[in-house]
Design a protein around this ligand. Structure first.
Ligand SMILES: C[S@@+](CC[C@H](N)C(=O)[O-])C[C@H]1O[C@@H](n2cnc3c(N)ncnc32)[C@H](O)[C@@H]1O
Length: 240
């Protein structure tokens, strides 16, 4: 595992651990982030266009998709159990609000089952750091976005090695202790989420990666209180 991705063995083990988070995912994230995770999700929603087709890559159990109001939405995830948890949860909420059902599709960021230029915007929250080939996933995101379409990413990147060291301590001891208590097992799945954090790069690494694959107007902002970064990029109007 490194800043660019991971091999098959790690990927399969990570998938198994991600699936195990489903019953306690929201509870642990809210506690671990002092409730800030909901604010970070709203920040992504505010950055997405009001109209057009939106794609969420790595929707998990639907924690973000559920709050995205009034948009036409497709959710992608490679884990069937995630899609099974997300679909009824999200579409029940959408029906109550009078929104059309969202589409739930199995697949990975690196090989998306969509035609070129399908979406007006794409987002990925707390998923990018788990991708097995981040450059391939971003290249695919660019392919499925329409020219001028926006990509928004949120994940806990490091500003530098000191910030990374503090973040590792926070993940291992604060999040890890709570996850161990809630899950009731020593070998809880948040250990793997800490592992992907340790190998995740800096905010600047992914600014460069977004630019390298062809995104324009790339920006990154570390979000208060420093536990997450939000990146944005725009698909060029005339792709090269
Ligand atoms: C931690 S959940 C995030 C859920 C949700 N986006 C949220 O706001 O909390 C991460 C999700 O990303 C998915 N994921 C991991 N690797 C992926 C990849 N290569 N392509 C697409 N999704 C991926 C996982 O299956 C998992 O459901």
């Amino acid at each position: 595992m490194d800043t660019d991705g991971m091999g098959d063995v790690d990927w399969n083990e990570l998938q198994r651990n991600l699936e195990a988070t489903i019953p306690v995912y929201d509870k642990i994230n809210r506690f671990a982030t002092f409730g800030q995770v909901d604010r970070w999700r709203r920040m992504v929603a505010e950055r997405l266009p009001e109209d057009g087709e939106i794609l969420e890559i790595g929707c998990g159990p639907g924690s973000f998709a559920e709050i995205l109001v009034g948009r036409s939405l497709t959710c992608l995830d490679p884990i069937p159990a995630m899609l099974e948890a997300a679909e009824p949860r999200v579409n029940r909420k959408r029906m109550e609000r009078g929104d059309e059902n969202a589409n739930f599709v199995g697949g990975t960021a690196e090989d998306m089952p969509f035609s070129d230029d399908s979406f007006d915007a794409a987002c990925t929250l707390f998923s990018f750091r788990d991708w097995y080939d981040k450059k391939a996933g971003l290249t695919e995101a660019l392919r499925v976005l329409k020219p001028g379409g926006k990509l928004v990413i949120v994940d806990p990147a490091k500003i530098n090695s000191v910030h990374g060291f503090l973040g590792h301590g926070y993940m291992k001891y604060w999040v890890g202790s709570y996850a161990r208590w809630i899950c009731g097992v020593e070998d809880h799945p948040w250990k793997w989420l800490t592992k992907t954090y340790v190998h995740f790069g800096t905010t600047k690494d992914y600014v460069r990666m977004l630019e390298d694959v062809g995104f324009r107007e790339v920006s990154a902002k570390v979000i208060f209180p420093g536990m997450a970064t939000i990146w944005e990029g725009v698909a060029p109007s005339n792709p090269q």
